[in-house]
Design a protein around this ligand. Structure first.
Ligand code: SF4
Length: 167
């Protein structure tokens, strides 16, 4: 997996102060994509030990609420094994911090794929769905278009119905 950067003090991609990993590569090609350069699977740098250590070090301060995995698209087949490894490592180091993940796939699409659903089930919040230009709303928190949902993963699995963190 390649990544375009790590933002260490972000408040626009989830609740609280967060570390954001920007994964490269997305095959969904939404018209009006906010990060078109990140659709390339070789944009930026290969994700390796140094980047993993940067994530760990950046997440350590007590004021950091957790990690957000965005892109690009973390749930591409090429990215999924590394994303899985990142989540496992971060969970081991910081069991109380939250993990948010963005996907252009909907919850329903993700749940049809064993690999993707296994990743999502290790996270706390999923922002799902493609960016839809005709549903764009710049007043929305943490997402670009009104069709995208901010899903409480654990509650959604427990109640077997979509539970949104906020509308
Ligand atoms: S899912 Fe996200 S990164 Fe992929 S094309 Fe759509 S807006 Fe761009």
């Amino acid at each position: 997996m390649y990544y375009s950067g790590i933002t260490t003090c972000d408040i626009a991609n989830g609740t609280g102060v967060r570390v954001v990993l920007w994964c490269s590569g997305c095959s969904l090609h939404c018209p009006g994509c906010h990060n078109p350069e990140e659709q390339s699977f070789v944009y930026g740098l290969p994700f390796g030990e140094l980047a993993m250590q940067t994530l760990i070090d950046s997440l350590a301060p007590s004021y950091v609420a957790g990690l957000t995995i965005s892109g690009g698209h973390p749930l591409e087949d090429w990215n999924a094994p590394i994303v899985q490894e990142i989540i496992t490592t971060v969970r081991a180091h910081f069991p109380k911090k939250t993990i948010w993940i963005y996907s252009g796939l909907t919850w329903e699409e993700i749940m049809k794929n064993d690999t993707y659903s296994a990743i999502i089930e290790q996270c706390d919040v999923l922002v799902d769905g493609r960016f839809e230009l005709d549903k764009r709303d710049i007043t929305l928190a943490f997402r670009g278009s009104i069709n995208q949902r901010i899903i409480d993963i654990k509650q959604t699995l427990k109640q077997n119905k979509i539970v949104e963190v906020m509308k």
